[in-house]
Design a protein around this ligand. Structure first.
Ligand SMILES: *[C@@H]1O[C@H](CO)[C@@H](O)[C@H](O)[C@H]1NC(C)=O
Ligand SMILES: *[C@@H]1O[C@H](CO)[C@@H](O)[C@H](O)[C@H]1NC(C)=O
Ligand SMILES: *[C@@H]1O[C@H](CO)[C@@H](O)[C@H](O)[C@H]1NC(C)=O
Ligand SMILES: *[C@@H]1O[C@H](CO)[C@@H](O)[C@H](O)[C@H]1NC(C)=O
Ligand SMILES: *[C@@H]1O[C@H](CO)[C@@H](O)[C@H](O)[C@H]1NC(C)=O
Length: 509
């Protein structure tokens, strides 16, 4: 399964602010990375500090840019595998995740860094160079379902990275369940490539779109008409805002309407396409029109009857490549020409998977129990495979499991939580030469454990009896702790065991 998919939607955000009213705020997170609380486009963005434990903040010293783009958080550290925001979300809910980048020469350079963005376990390459050269910001957007109680939004260096990764703003907003609901979100995310309001000269965002989806303007050679009656967005599963129906493009009677959209070449893969239509005339028994919709000459929907209430047609997985043309061919004898109001196009992004949720929960427990754990212990512990947490090794597959935990001599303090026994795929547990205190918990469920290194710590209490019953265990180092009691017979007499308990404990054999 491919995890590096290239992404095309690099759209400039205009450097202007829309007028503010007082609409109902969307639900979720709006973060002004590296900066303070601010209001923009009727939305309140908050500082990001609560959701990330790494990175540095800086201001962009440039006149005339919108407040949201005037600060960044950047990541100078060269040791951490990835830099992660952790956002508590409602598992199972659908999310619109948007990451916004404006370089602004924050590091004194002239060219933005190239790096990876990783949302949960799925990553892709971020390159904002072209937009920056054109004087704009960039943003990436995807629709996904929260597969966990925590959503991680991470950044990481890759082989092309020569300066520090950064981020300007993050939006994570809840979408209603009905939106794009024919997609199998267990397997895919939808990456937004184009969302346009045809015939519109203005961008439509919040509060018109209550989820702050951005409907870009789109004007071509086709005539523009205005709607005489508003649609009701909630009658559409995807809830397009009423404003995208205010303008439409059309063709004169008897002619086909041809729209070349989107205006860039698409890579050969599968796409979710939704098209929105409304007969713009004043409602009457005759205000409807019928036409066929074709995509690149292939029938997409036959005899579509478009009324003043509006209608949408969509495809969950439609193959496209290169230039795309939408053709609306009128029914014979139709007294009016075809019409189209808006369109959305998403690339289907196969998810790379996520670490088995049960293992993630234990790792989060460990992070709580340890102090001075590696700073990159955030985000998915195993994925992407080349960016697992420091000291963590995993099995392969879409739900990898933790097979080895090795934090030898990294200076951790704290204790071993009993939950560690739930890492049942663990073969190697090496925590030697740290400052761990407390007792060794019951490890009897670690049926795959082969080697256990807890030497040179400050562990107390007895050596658990259960260790002797682990079928694969062949190496146990416990010397130089404050353990007491006696070595369990089952362990001492285990066939072929390499057991080291002294010096440094008060254990009788
Ligand atoms: C980033 O922040 C860290 C910790 O606050 C500090 O030690 C480091 O010098 C800063 N790096 C830069 C490049 O400012
Ligand atoms: C999508 O949402 C609509 C509206 O709630 C519902 O009627 C429909 O059954 C849903 N479809 C799927 C595939 O879940
Ligand atoms: C289109 O829909 C309208 C309104 O529902 C209806 O009156 C009309 O007969 C339909 N036209 C066709 C060709 O089905
Ligand atoms: C795409 O197709 C349209 C309509 O057929 C054409 O006008 C346009 O030049 C094509 N664009 C490219 C890049 O080939
Ligand atoms: C654990 O890390 C230590 C120190 O880096 C290394 O010597 C040891 O071989 C590692 N153990 C395993 C099982 O990889």
């Amino acid at each position: 399964m491919s995890t590096s998919i290239f992404l095309l939607w690099l759209v400039s955000i205009p450097l202007t602010i829309h007028a503010t009213t007082n609409p109902h705020p969307p639900q979720g997170f709006l973060l002004n990375c590296g900066g303070g609380k601010l209001e923009q486009d009727s939305l309140t963005y908050l500082p990001d500090d609560k959701f990330i434990h790494t990175g540095n903040k800086t201001e962009i010293k440039q006149q005339g840019i919108v407040p949201l783009l005037s600060s960044v958080r950047y990541f100078p550290d060269l040791v951490e595998e990835k830099f992660c925001y952790q956002l508590p979300v409602n598992k199972g809910r659908k999310l619109l995740v948007k990451t916004i980048y404006y370089y602004g020469g924050f590091d004194g350079g002239t060219v933005p860094p190239v790096f990876d963005q990783i949302i949960d376990g799925t990553k892709w390459n971020i390159d904002t160079s072209k937009d920056y050269k054109d004087g704009g910001s960039s943003y990436y957007e995807l629709v996904m379902v929260a597969h966990n109680k925590v959503l991680s939004v991470c950044f990481a260096r890759n082989e092309h990275t020569t300066s520090d990764p950064f981020i300007s703003a993050i939006e994570v907003l809840y979408l209603d369940d009905s939106l794009y609901n024919t997609t199998d979100f267990a397997k895919y995310a939808l990456v937004t490539l184009a969302r346009h309001s045809f015939g519109s000269h203005d961008t439509i965002i919040f509060p018109d779109d209550k989820f702050n989806r951005r409907w870009d303007e789109f004007v071509d050679i086709n005539p523009v008409v205005t709607s005489h009656v508003p649609v009701t967005p909630t009658t559409f599963w995807n809830m397009p805002p009423a404003q995208v129906f205010e303008n439409s493009v059309t063709a004169s009677r008897g002619k086909s309407l041809v729209v070349n959209w989107p205006k860039f070449m698409l890579p050969k893969t599968y796409y979710y396409i939704a098209l929105y239509f409304q007969d713009n005339r004043t409602p009457s028994p005759y205000s409807w029109r019928v036409f066929d919709v074709l995509v690149n000459g292939v029938m997409f929907f036959k005899n579509l009857n478009v009324t003043t209430s509006g209608v949408t047609v969509y495809s969950t997985a439609w193959p496209l490549e290169g230039n795309t043309t939408i053709t609306m061919a009128p029914a014979i004898n139709s007294p009016v020409g075809p019409i189209i109001a808006a369109g959305e196009l998403f690339q289907l992004l196969p998810l790379a998977g996520i670490t088995l949720t049960r293992d993630v929960a234990v790792m989060e427990d460990l992070r709580e129990s340890f102090d001075k754990e590696p700073r990159d212990w955030h985000g998915d512990p195993c994925l992407p495979t080349d960016k697992s947490w420091t000291g963590v090794e995993c099995s392969s597959g879409t739900n990898p499991r933790i097979t080895s935990l090795n934090l030898t001599n990294v200076g951790i303090t704290g204790s071993l939580p009993p939950s560690i026994s739930r890492l049942t795929a663990l073969s190697h547990l090496w925590l030697g030469s740290n400052k761990l205190t407390g007792e060794i918990p019951d490890l009897s469920s670690l049926q795959s454990l082969e080697t256990l290194h807890l030497e040179d710590n400050q562990l107390q209490g007895p050596i658990p009896e259960s260790l002797g019953k682990l079928p694969k265990l062949r190496e146990v180092f416990l010397q130089n702790n404050h353990l007491k009691g006696s070595i369990p017979g089952s362990l001492k007499n285990k066939n072929g065991i390499n057991l080291k308990v002294s010096p440094g404990n008060e254990v009788s054999s």
